[in-house]
Design a binder for this molecule. Sequence first.
Ligand code: PGA
Length: 254
Amino acid sequence: MAKKNTYVIANWKMNPETLKEAKELFASVKKKTVKCSRTAVVVCPPSLFVSALASKSMAVLLGVQNIYFESKGSFTGEISAPMAKSMGVSHVILGHSERRAMGETDAMVNKKVHAALAGKLVPVVCIGEEARDRNGEYLAVIKQQITEVLEGVSAKDVKRILITYEPIWAIGKSDKESVTPGQLHETILYLRKILSELYDRKTALSLPMLYGGSVEPGNAEQLLAGGDISGFLVGHASLEADSFARIVESAERT
Ligand code: PGA
């Protein structure tokens, strides 16, 4: 398989309502993205649907939206990295703001990052501020998040992580209310600066960084061209196979 250098990851969140709809959406996504060669396409459905969607076809990869940091035991309602791996899952979204709003802390996300790496899953690690203030205090929030979630992760292992900038204020809106390419570029530069302090310059510059928050066909191309990113985590637009496929096409063209 040719090396993939862009990533488009679908975060279905708690959608759709039935397995029938999930199968239809997944089949449609597969069909519409079958020609892509440079872009890794990953769909993260509710974990309950994973086994029904798993197949030998590697054209579309499967991810889950969360794992617990222990590998097994008395943790009612949780799933673990080895369980996900054994179902054919390759990626896991960690630290999404909707989970943080339910009480997940940077320390917990950090433990999950280690569990995912140990379980040979690719962690898609979300960080992002709630709001932007004129004094740039949100930059300190981002710095603290990235520093804490990567605590204890080696320079070798950080290369297996897809760091995803997801400003909370831009999630679930429209392409018009999303981040601008300029704002994105600035923030990614800042993240790379912190990464070069945590690791080294070469590592910081080589890591693929993703963006999430109201990515739609209308802004995907611009964000890729001007944002210094390697792809997207897509929420609402991933529930519409056509829109999602158009975002994947934009990634293919970059
Ligand atoms: P959105 O969601 O694309 O609907 O803004 C992105 C996300 O929450 O991952």
